[in-house]
Ligand binder design. Structure first.
Ligand code: ADP
Length: 493
């Protein structure tokens, strides 16, 4: 076992800070890397040491594998934590890190490789009795074969890029007449986005839920799961709101999904923290989608309901320690909700809306966690992902976690840019979301940009009604003054 004394975090923003905080708690030194656009960033200030890796574009900075490894050697770093995105699922990088005598805080390069290809993953888990979406298990480039397979599976079907990720490279085909055109598009999209034109066909599950299972494995063959996260509220096939546990899973299905997830991890001798994603139909049948071989954006909701610090576990596993948690030790306690605060305009098709954070005040109080990487007065760079923060609430019940989220969103003050906060409040207050009975079509089915303006107007009406009530009360009891503070708080909402 090699004790890690210094970690370089090959990432930026909220996740770099989140990782460094745990490292510091463990008495481990931290090194930040940053691009020229991130000179004043919080992760740079937080770290014990920081090194500039290049100009703003990711390819010239955060993706500079060789440069990052050289920095590690110069600064006597023992281990690299890649966070999510950037180099986190790059098997070549993991291999180079190990070859340089450093520890990669993540799974083996081989596991990354297997799960990095959706077709590779399907092949690897075939022997483990994992439920799969009906579809082809090979790449298809022959249109005649595609037609035959699609007809056998039954429309609608989904064409997917084997190397796809981040919701890219997917095309829904409603009927045979669209197949040729959509195949062509999917293949050229896959080549330009991933440099790999392999596509395959899957049954398109209409209105599924996206539910994923967190797993942890050590280097000695022990694998456990830490229950599920519900991530169905998505735009462009990408998550915006997550929660744990799911409002609809029965203990039996939870156990079956947990077992399947451990099976998937076992299929690639997985170690580290990983996530096995499933789609779930309206009958609660679940199907394996893919495995993400890294820490997920939404990992905090699992941390809240299990009390496990996932980054700490990643570090201990990377040091070669035996998992200190057993499956029987884990219980779900309470409910956690997470909303992603993107610098995006929900009223304008969720288009990125970066700029200067003129006002930035985080919500506080019981059961509120904010994982972010910005401060008031900072500029949000255009070069990277537009997520500026994650707001997480935790309470005894789902209802309380939702109420707490509404309160926290109201408290969160951001001006200068548009964010997804108002949209997330809309979701929190929606009956369908509150019922727990929603799926990945939620935004399409229930959200129209105008609703946010209506919501603002409603809030103002409520505020006005409250003001009238206050006025009447004051008139009735003229001796009692109502503070200006109280009134202006209501106006602000
Ligand atoms: P990516 O790697 O790009 O994230 P995934 O395979 O994880 O792709 O799928 C992302 C999202 O796309 C899922 O959460 C789900 O909403 C939708 N999706 C994927 N496969 C299917 C399918 N067969 N039927 C319906 N929706 C799907």
């Amino acid at each position: 076992m090699k004790k890690i004394k210094k970690i370089l975090v090959a990432n930026r923003g909220e996740i770099a800070l989140r990782i460094m905080r745990t490292a510091r708690e463990m008495g481990i030194g931290t090194v930040a890397i940053y691009s020229e656009a991130d000179r004043g960033a919080l992760h740079v200030r937080f770290a014990d040491e920081a090194v500039c890796v290049g100009p703003p574009p990711s390819s010239a900075s955060y993706l500079q594998a060789e440069k990052i490894i050289t920095i590690c050697k110069n600064l006597k770093v023992d281990a690299i934590h890649p966070g999510y995105g950037f180099l986190s699922e790059n098997a070549d990088f993991a291999r180079k890190v190990e070859a340089a005598g450093l520890i990669f805080i993540g799974p083996s390069a081989q596991a990354i490789e297997i799960m990095g290809s959706k077709l590779g993953a399907k092949a690897a888990v075939a022997a483990y009795d994992i439920p799969m979406v009906p579809g082809t298990d090979h790449a298809i480039d022959d249109i005649a074969i595609a037609k035959e397979k699609a007809a056998a599976i039954g429309y609608p079907i989904l064409i997917k890029a084997s190397a796809g990720g981040g919701g890219k490279g997917m095309r829904v085909v409603e009927g045979p007449e669209e197949l040729v055109e959509q195949m062509d598009r999917a293949i050229s999209e896959a080549i330009s986005a991933f440099g790999d034109g392999a596509v395959f066909i899957e049954k398109f599950i209409t209105s599924p839920k996206h539910i994923e299972i967190q797993v942890l494995g050590d280097q000695h063959g022990n694998i456990i799961h830490l229950f599920e996260r519900e991530c169905s509220i998505q735009r462009r096939h990408q998550k915006v709101i997550e929660e744990a546990p799911s409002a609809v899973l029965t203990p039996e299905i939870r156990e079956a999904m947990g077992k399947a997830a451990v099976g998937v991890a076992r299929a690639c001798n997985y170690y580290g923290a990983g996530t096995v994603e499933f789609i779930v139909d309206d009958q609660l049948n679940f199907f394996f989608l893919e495995m993400n071989t890294r820490l997920q954006v939404e990992h905090p909701v699992t941390e809240q309901i299990t009390g496990v610090d996932l980054v700490k576990q990643q570090i201990k596993i990377a040091q070669g320690e035996v998992l200190e948690i057993q499956q029987e030790d884990l219980k779900i306690k309470g409910h956690a909700m997470e909303v992603r605060v993107y610098a995006e305009d929900p009223a304008n098709n969720f288009l990125p809306n970066v700029g200067l954070l003129k006002t930035y005040r985080r919500p506080q109080g019981p059961g509120v966690r904010v994982d972010d990487g910005f401060e008031e007065g900072m500029e949000i760079p255009i070069y990277y992902d537009s997520m500026i923060a994650k707001l997480i609430t935790y309470a005894n019940t789902r209802e309380e976690a939702i109420q707490r989220m509404v309160r926290a969103i109201d408290e969160y003050q951001i001006t200068g840019i548009e964010t997804t906060l108002a949209f997330c409040k809309f979701v929190m207050q929606h009956d369908v979301f509150r019922s727990g009975n929603f799926n990945t079509k939620f935004i399409e089915q229930y959200f129209k940009p105008e609703m946010l303006t209506v919501q603002d107007a409603n809030d103002e009406l409520i505020g006005a009604a409250f003001a009238v009530k206050l006025f009447k009360e004051m008139a009735a009891r003229p001796a009692e003054a109502v503070s200006v503070q109280q009134q202006s708080n209501w106006k602000k909402r």
